[in-house]
Design a protein around this ligand. Structure first.
Ligand SMILES: [Zn+2]
Length: 66
């Protein structure tokens, strides 16, 4: 189960982190992008809580997957 691993441990070097909001906005971050925005020690549940949607401004609505 990878769910509570950090990004650094979960993401392969070429992995892409997909994030989708309930409003339909979707972004994909490469490993370096995810690290620089959130830090390599962030866990996916942390991300889900902290991310704020650039389109609708909601937090805690994102789905995050690799
Ligand atoms: Zn949104």
């Amino acid at each position: 189960m990878k769910m509570f691993q950090t990004l650094a441990r979960t993401m392969e070097p070429s992995a892409v982190l997909n994030i989708a909001c309930a409003c339909g906005r979707r972004v994909a971050w490469t490993r370096p992008e995810a690290f620089s925005r959130c830090g390599p020690d962030t866990t996916p549940p942390d991300l889900r809580r902290r991310l704020r949607c650039g389109a609708c401004g909601r937090t805690g609505q994102a789905r995050v997957w690799l």
